[in-house]
Write a protein that binds this ligand. Structure first.
Ligand SMILES: *Cc1c(COP(=O)(O)O)cnc(C)c1O
Length: 397
């Protein structure tokens, strides 16, 4: 392969760009995971990661991709044959439901059109019908990364409460943590699943379960087989600053710095930065004359936008041309959206020029690939950014 000059733009909705300060911390020498220096590191990150989930409870950290933390949420809380209510918001919700089936759970999937969020009313109505309380858990994806649609977790919580049903609430925040407002404690979530490689700005390799008291109580009687994923073994070791096995020491060194960066920017400023970028991307896409996958603008994701290709045009050909010419990586369509949409990641570590550069590369790619569109999308994005106060200005006020 010949040399590609200039900076590569990793604008897929995860993994995201890792800031140099984090990469430098990961590049430090590996330390003894049973030694005193590690203990200080572990106690520090275990304490501070809770703020990102907005919880006072424990957060379990796994050396695994997000998929591992999905499994952990299920096997710690449920027993073979337990009924789980899930919402088919897109590819990731479907994958999680298939995993639940493979683990021997009885999954009831509320069908969806892959263009809308989880329907809180439908979840509440199904729970209200379930007078025998056979449904043990409701599991939903907060931000469906395949469609760019975010679900209203607070509304789902209220619907569960109105039904008076005791089901646990399990939420996947892998592509929303630290980029979209999320409140584990306030929203009464029992297990929040997170991953390192999206809003947290780390490389892939760490994942998380934030765990409520009710979830820990459920774990005491849950009978799905579990060993590596067992919360209690890990939490017991964590109390003294260690893990029951070799943790990802270098990624934890990176996590410490990621938590510093999050504290320096402020979670609320991060959420606003993502909202502002998303508004600019949507304005740009509207100018091009394309639809986004989210049907309701109120549900459109702050962290990524899935753009529908005009019929007869291949999203994958467009993406590969943009990668070759501009060194910009865009997300592909997943599952039934393969080749039908491309996804613009606007999450993690980015600023206005990175966003505008990405949109300009796409607009050039549309012309180069002869995809019919109206030009001037980037200009609309610039106007949208100018209209909304920069989050750093808000933070200073
Ligand atoms: C990325 C992602 C996953 C999968 O995480 P892996 O780290 O690839 O295992 C699951 N759910 C959502 C919402 C995601 O965005």
């Amino acid at each position: 392969m010949s040399r590609v000059p200039g900076r590569h733009f990793l604008q897929i909705p995860g993994p995201t760009n890792t800031p140099l300060r984090i990469l430098s911390a990961i590049a430090l020498p590996t330390i003894d995971h049973r030694g005193p220096e590690f203990r200080i590191l572990a106690l520090d990150v275990l304490e501070r990661i809770r703020h990102v989930f907005r919880t006072e409870g424990p957060v379990v950290i796994y050396p695994a991709s997000g998929t591992g933390a999905w499994e952990a949420a299920l096997v710690n809380t449920l027993s073979p044959g337990d009924r789980v209510l899930m919402a088919e918001t897109g590819h990731f919700a479907t994958l999680w439901s298939r995993m639940a089936e493979r683990l021997g759970l009885d999954v009831e999937l509320i069908p969806g059109n892959w263009r809308s969020g989880a329907d809180a009313e439908a979840i509440g109505a199904r729970l209200a019908e379930d007078r025998g309380h056979t449904i043990r858990a409701v599991a939903v994806v907060h931000n469906e990364t395949s469609t760019g649609v975010a679900s209203d977790i607070a509304a789902i919580r209220r619907a569960i409460d109105r039904s008076g049903h005791p089901a646990l609430l399990l939420v996947d925040t892998i592509s929303s943590l630290a980029s979209i407002d999320y409140r584990h404690d306030e929203w009464g979530v029992d297990v929040t699943v997170g991953g390192s490689q999206k809003g947290l700005m780390l490389p892939p390799g760490l994942s998380f379960n934030a765990v409520s008291e009710k979830a820990r109580a459920a774990a005491r009687s849950a009978r799905l087989p579990r060993a590596f994923w067992d919360w209690e073994d890990i939490l017991a070791a964590n109390r003294t600053g260690y893990f029951p096995y070799t943790p990802s020491t270098n990624l934890l060194q990176g996590l410490r710095v990621a938590l510093d960066l999050i504290a320096e920017e402020g979670l609320d400023a991060m959420f606003e930065r993502h909202l502002r970028a998303a508004a600019a991307v949507r304005r740009c896409v509207a100018q091009w004359g394309f639809e986004i996958q989210a049907l309701d603008p109120g549900e459109a994701s702050p962290s990524l936008t899935a753009v529908r290709m005009p019929s007869g045009h291949s999203a994958d050909q467009l993406r590969s041309g943009i990668l070759d010419r501009s060194s910009v990586s865009l997300g592909n369509g997943l599952g039934r959206l393969a080749d039908r949409v491309f996804r613009i990641g606007h999450l993690g570590d980015f600023n206005d020029p990175a966003l505008l550069g990405t949109l300009a590369a796409i607009e050039m790619g549309l012309s180069a690939n002869s995809v019919p569109h109206r030009s001037g999308g980037v200009e609309q994005a610039m106007l949208a950014l100018a209209e909304r106060k920069h989050p750093s200005v808000l933070a200073a006020e």
